[in-house]
Ligand binder design. Structure first.
Ligand SMILES: [Fe+2]
Length: 390
């Protein structure tokens, strides 16, 4: 449903512009949900089209490429602009090349389709996850609030070219009220720098839940299970991504009765209780949790109604995570940098709170997490080494 709504909105936008535009990719491609045997390629065309992805092993010739389409109910997706195409049947720890091929559709009659221009992008290379992989270099930031230039500065200061994984921990935009905003806020920049070859993960912040198009937000970051929250093994690292919702109570007048985050956080807490019992979680050498809200709250004396949602996230998630060997929680939201040691506020693991002007780089190797936080002036706010908590 979300995909149709997004396609409709983006399609309507592109129809109005189509007369002046040459046919091209207007956004992407970017990778999402790369696993050991699959990857999703996301892109948008400037006009309605019939698009697909061609993929081949990195060392193979072009003639060995295979076409991958998004299909539903026997129909290959067409007459659309926003595309999310899952490449399946890949092998773990292997490099692949892919490119987008798209044919503009000028007219679409029941028995006559009129195609326009065709395009093929250059080949891009990516690698599937290798379950035997040890360690990684991870970039995490949050709270950019639509400032792509600031994000680029922080990516460069953290030496993004040497990072293997990227996480945006929420509030990367102010509101979700225009379909272009996720692209202009952080996706287009990510595509230009790395996201054609390395995926980024989005952990939703409270600002991305606001606005008339908030219900389409997750469509830009498609997941097979349709959820925004989730977890996966990046080699020997367990990464858990929580969706902490809004900071105020569901009953707060600003939400006009349109939110149901208490129940949603309860659903996640139940999922989390199951997750921490799984071999994937228990056997991981490292465990990193990402949540937009810090799961500690230094502002305990604030008005109950004002922070009721945030407190609910702490009450539901923190007791489940305590005692399970979490090495580090990375969060954002407060716009100020904090680092809380275990025991600061009921947490048995360290909690890093990203400021709105900083980013964290985690170099995970040899049983240790080398944590460095830099701000936009290049100043190091924190540099420490954590021993993995097994
Ligand atoms: Fe926030």
């Amino acid at each position: 449903m979300k995909r149709y709504l997004l396609t409709f909105l983006l399609g309507g936008l592109s129809l109005g512009l189509a007369a002046q535009q040459k046919f091209e990719l207007s956004h992407g491609p970017y990778l999402q949900e790369v696993t050991g045997d699959a990857a999703t390629v996301v892109f948008q065309t400037s006009a309605k089209a019939f698009s697909w992805v061609e993929v081949k092993p990195h060392e193979a010739g072009e003639e060995e490429s295979v076409r991958c389409h998004a299909t539903e109910d026997g129909l290959r997706m067409a007459w659309n602009t926003f595309n999310s195409i899952r490449l399946k049947g890949l092998e773990p720890g292997k490099s692949y090349d892919y490119r987008i091929v798209s044919k503009e559709m000028k007219d679409f009659q029941p028995y006559k389709v009129t195609f326009g221009d065709s395009i093929a992008t250059p080949w891009h290379t990516f690698s599937t996850l290798d379950p035997r992989r040890e360690g990684a270099s991870i970039f995490i930031t949050s709270d950019m609030h639509g400032d792509a230039a600031k994000l680029e500065k922080l990516l460069c200061l953290a030496d993004y070219k040497t990072c293997d994984a990227f996480f945006y921990a929420g509030d990367m935009m102010n509101y979700m009220d225009r379909p272009e905003l996720p692209f202009t806020s952080f996706i287009d920049l990510s595509v230009r720098l790395f996201a054609t070859s390395v995926p980024f993960e989005v952990v939703r912040g409270n600002h991305e839940t606001r606005g008339c198009l908030a219900r389409t937000f997750s469509s830009y970051f498609p997941k097979e299970d349709g959820k925004i929250y989730g977890a996966y093994r990046l080699g020997d690292i367990m990464v858990v991504m929580l969706d902490s919702g809004e900071d105020k109570a569901d009953s707060h007048p600003v939400y006009a009765g349109l939110t149901d985050y208490d129940a949603y956080r309860a659903e996640q807490a139940e999922w989390l209780k199951q997750l921490v019992q799984t071999p994937a979680y228990r056997d991981a050498r490292y465990r990193i949790v990402i949540s937009h809200f810090p799961l500690v709250m230094p502002q305990r004396n604030k008005d109950e109604q004002e922070w009721r949602g945030w407190e609910d996230a702490i009450r539901k998630f923190l007791p489940v995570l305590n005692g399970t060997g979490v090495d580090l929680l990375v969060s954002g939201h407060t716009h100020r940098y904090y680092y809380f040691e275990p025991g600061a506020d009921g947490n048995d693991f360290p909690v890093l709170v990203q400021g709105a002007y900083s980013a964290a780089r985690l170099d995970v190797k040899d049983g240790k997490i080398h944590l460095k936080v830099v701000d936009t002036d290049g100043k190091t706010l924190k540099e420490t080494v954590l021993d993995a908590n097994r």
